[in-house]
Every structure is written in structure tokens, then in C-alpha cells.
Write a protein that binds this ligand. Structure first.
Ligand code: ADP
Ligand code: MG
Length: 462
């Protein structure tokens, strides 16, 4: 559907899946309804990143010099909350496409996760591309006003109570970006309090790269003239990957991991904080999750590292750095060596990307090797969850397969349990003097013993 087909000022029905998502959100009970703020702030941050990127190549933008930030204001008496960003904004068409229509398949997957798997909406919503709607956990009514960065686009306003329809109207809006006004439900009015807002921001959105300001009304002692309200920055706004690992504790890495992957219940199994000067100036913070049960398997397309060039986010899911079989690795890569004013296409094809990829692949492999040596139990956990990907690597990536071969683990005829796994080197060591072939059991059928013709290869590489 497009804006042209939308009757202005009249109620339009949500698409069926969206309404189902809304019904779930409106009628369930949540342990953490506050995460709506995290979702709205994350959208604002995405919009700011997209503006920052667009401005590199686009000369004609509305308010090119306006500060890039997020401003939040609560009114406890009225029970309202306003969140404004100076990001890329939305045209009416974009509003219709983004909120009201299912742009992605996420809505039905979210519904399935709720209904069939009984997951808690507030824990998983960010992963399904329907985060915006989480606002209806706390809102009786939501009004989104937006003005696109395109100077001649008109402003638009979208309003809804989440109960079946929304209304789209044109409006005069002077500033670029998006403002979301929320009429809080009676039992969620506390979200309008500034200390509650600041602490929620610190808890869930501390790593957002743009300043998040929360309006505070200074305390006025009785009899004195009332002091004006002021916006105070509530988040730390740190690019963790550029900081020294000496200054970062496990807790901080963990919350960065959670904010990045939306795996809010999880802990990373491995992290790799990498800062190099040669052959490239590179800052990277990579993680391997402890389980392979989310996001990365949502779809074939849904993987990739977050690529920054000099702190500007160039792409959210950049696929050219790591081979597809390493899609379980998640994280951020930032480099000083690419020029900023190039197209995405050129970035993808740059030989520097290939070099960066080599550095990362090498470090991931050596880090895993270290783990396999130092902490066998942990490596076995890794193998159970992600071993299959390394096998894919051996089979599909001729250039790097030797790195992964060392990391392969197998059950052998000497395995006492299925958890008792051996490397190829260990296998070869245990071979009888006259044994000429490798026998292996396939993962699908533990009882079948087959003979492998590849023994020569392992002997040569020993
Ligand atoms: P996701 O963020 O995963 O795409 P959401 O439901 O959170 O899913 O948001 C849906 C879409 O609405 C976004 O992809 C974006 O296009 C648009 N959107 C939401 N909030 C904003 C905003 N503050 N500024 C610009 N676009 C926004
Ligand atoms: Mg979102």
C-alpha cells in the first residue's frame, strides 16, 4: 500500500498480522514493559545513523547542521512521554510502509514465538523487526510526527490506539526527524518521571552512539523562583570497540553484547576485542553467542557484522567481511583506512575489505584454537553448538580450510559417550601401527563406521 491510496485523516485498518502483534502486546502482562523505551531509542539511533550516512553523499538535506541526538521528555501530570530524534525522518509513504504494513516476515515469526513457544514478548520483541509496536505495551495512544531529510517532502503524522486502525495526515513540521508522543496507560504513568527515564536509558541504551537527553526539572526549594527544566545527557555514548580492553570489565562487555545482538537473556561464549595498526588500522569487537538459537538463524539474509568507517556506521549487516559459514560470529568492525565518501557498493568491492576479512578470520581461528587447548570443556560446548559451521567451512572454503580442520572434533570407535570427542590429530596418534585408513562415524548415524580415503592428507599435514 502507498500513501496515495491512503485516505488522509480517515482510519485505515492495520494488516492482519500487525493487528495480531498489537493484540498480543496490548493484552499480555510483562515483567519488563520498560523495554519499549529501548526499542524506540534503538529506532531513533538507526534513523540518526542513516542520516549520518546519507549526508556523506547527499548534498541537499534538510537542516544539515542540526545536532544529531535524541530528546526525551515526560509529563507526570498529563501522563505523557515524548521522544524526538533528528534522524533521517519518514515521508508519509515510508510511514505507511514501516508502521502499519508488514515490511518484513518478522511479524508472523513473532506471533509464532509467542503462541507456540510461549516466549515472553518483552524479552524477544527486538529480534523480529516489530520493535516499534512494543510501545503499545504502555500506551493508550501513540502519535508519530515525522519530516524526512528530503527538503521538499511534506511532514506527516500517524496516530493510533493500537486497536485496529491508524490515521495518517499531512502536517507542517519544521524540523527534520521523528517525534513520538505517547499517552501512557494509567498503570504506566511512572514512565514519565525523569529519574525513571534516565535509569532505564542507562540500563538498556547506554551504548547508543548519539546523545540521549532527558528533560529534568530542577528541585526548587519552597519560596524560591522555579528553575527552568533542562535536558541532561543520560547515556555514556561510548564506542566500546575503540576503548582499551583494560578499562572494560566482563559486565560491560556482556551488556554491550546484549545490546548489539538483542540476546538479552544470553552471555557470549567467546569475545574477541581486536585493535590493530598494521596492516590496517582496525577496531573490532566480535562475539560468539553461547547458543545458536536465535537471530542468526532467522533467515539466510540475517547475518553480517556491523561495519563502521571512522565511527560512521556504513552498514548494519555487512556480509563481505566473513565467509557465510562464520555467520554465528557477531560484532562490530570499525576502520580508519576506508574513505568515508564512497558508496556501499565501492566499500563492498574494496580490496581493503578482503584484507580486513583475512585479519578477522585469522584471529577467530587462533582464538578458537587457544580455547580448544586451554579450556576443553568450553570448546566442547562451542563444538556442540557451532561445529557444524566449521564443517561447512572445511567443505566450502578451500583457502581457509586448513585452519578449520585443526578445530574439527569427532566421535571415534574409542569414544565412550557421544560427548567424548577427538581431534583428527588425536585420532591419528591413537591409530594402530598397521592401520591405513581413518574410520569415522557419521553424526546422523552413530553406529555406522565408514572408511575415509583422506589419511594421506592428515599424515602429510601432521
Ligand atoms: P526494525 O527497527 O527492526 O526495523 P521496528 O518495528 O522497530 O523494526 O521499526 C520499523 C521501521 O519503522 C524501521 O525499520 C524504520 O524504517 C521505521 N522507523 C521507526 N522509528 C523510526 C524513527 N524514529 N525514525 C525513522 N524511521 C523509523
Ligand atoms: Mg527497531
Amino acid at each position: 500500500m502507498s500513501e496515495q491510496n491512503i485516505p488522509k485523516g480517515e482510519p485505515v485498518a492495520f494488516q492482519a498480522e500487525i493487528q495480531q502483534v498489537l493484540d498480543i502486546l496490548i493484552h499480555s502482562l510483562y515483567s519488563e514493559p520498560e523495554i519499549f523505551l529501548r526499542e524506540l531509542v534503538s529506532n531513533a539511533s538507526d534513523a540518526l545513523n542513516r542520516f549520518k550516512f546519507t549526508k556523506l553523499t547527499e548534498e541537499n538535506v534538510l537542516e544539515p547542521d542540526a545536532e544529531l541526538g535524541i530528546w526525551i521528555k515526560g509529563d507526570t501530570e498529563a501522563g505523557t512521554l515524548t521522544i524526538r530524534d533528528s534522524g533521517i525522518g519518514m515521508t508519509g509513504d515510508e510511514m505507511v510502509a514501516s508502521i502499519g504494513t508488514i515490511a518484513k516476515s518478522g511479524a508472523s515469526e513473532f506471533i509464532e514465538a509467542m503462541k507456540e513457544k510461549g516466549e515472553a514478548a518483552d524479552e524477544v520483541i527486538g529480534r523480529f523487526g516489530v520493535g516499534f509496536y512494543s510501545v503499545f505495551m504502555v500506551a493508550d495512544e501513540v502519535k508519530v510526527s515525522s519530516r524526512s531529510f528530503q527538503p521538499d517532502a511534506k511532514g506527516s503524522v500517524w496516530t493510533s490506539d493500537g486497536k485496529g486502525t491508524y490515521v495518517l495526515e499531512e502536517a507542517d513540521i519544521a524540523e527534520r526527524g521523528t517525534t513520538i508522543e505517547i499517552k501512557l496507560k494509567e498503570d504506566h504513568k511512572a514512565f514519565a518521571e525523569s529519574y525513571r527515564l534516565s535509569s532505564t536509558i542507562r540500563k538498556h541504551s547506554d551504548f547508543v552512539e548519539f546523545p540521549i537527553y532527558v528533560e529534568e526539572k530542577p528541585y526548587t526549594p519552597e519560596g524560591e523562583e522555579e528553575k527552568p527544566a533542562e535536558f541532561k545527557k543520560a547515556n555514556e555514548q561510548s564506542a566500546l570497540w575503540r576503548e582499551s580492553s583494560k578499562d572494560i570489565d566482563d559486565e560491560k562487555y556482556k551488556s554491550f553484547y546484549q545490546a548489539l545482538t538483542m540476546d538479552y537473556a544470553g552471555d557470549p561464549l567467546m569475545r574477541l576485542h581486536l585493535q590493530t595498526d598494521v596492516p590496517l588500522q582496525l577496531y573490532s569487537l566480535l562475539f560468539i553467542p553461547s547458543k545458536r538459537n536465535f537471530q542468526m538463524f532467522r533467515s539466510e539474509e540475517d547475518f553480517g557484522l556491523k561495519l563502521y568507517v571512522r565511527k560512521v556506521m556504513i552498514q548494519e549487516k555487512f556480509k563481505e567481511l566473513l565467509p557465510p559459514y562464520l555467520r554465528f560470529v557477531q560484532g562490530v568492525v570499525d576502520t580508519e583506512d576506508l574513505p568515508l565518501n564512497v558508496s556501499r557498493q565501492m566499500v563492498q568491492e574494496s580490496p581493503l575489505i578482503k584484507k580486513m576479512g583475512e585479519v578477522l578470520i585469522g584471529r577467530i581461528a587462533s582464538e578458537l584454537k587457544k580455547m580448544a587447548k586451554k579450556d576443553v570443556e568450553k570448546y566442547n560446548t562451542f563444538w556442540k553448538e557451532f561445529g557444524i559451521f566449521l564443517k561447512e567451512g572445511v567443505a566450502s572454503d578451500f583457502q581457509h580450510k586448513d585452519k578449520w580442520i585443526e578445530l574439527l572434533r569427532f566421535n571415534t570407535t574409542q569414544s565412550e559417550t557421544q560427548d567424548d570427542i577427538h581431534s583428527l590429530a588425536q585420532y591419528v596418534e591413537c591409530m594402530k601401527p598397521d592401520q591405513e585408513e581413518i574410520y569415522y562415524v557419521s553424526a546422523e548415524n552413530f553406529n555406522t563406521v565408514s572408511r575415509s580415503p583422506h589419511l594421506e592428507y592428515f599424515r602429510e599435514n601432521d
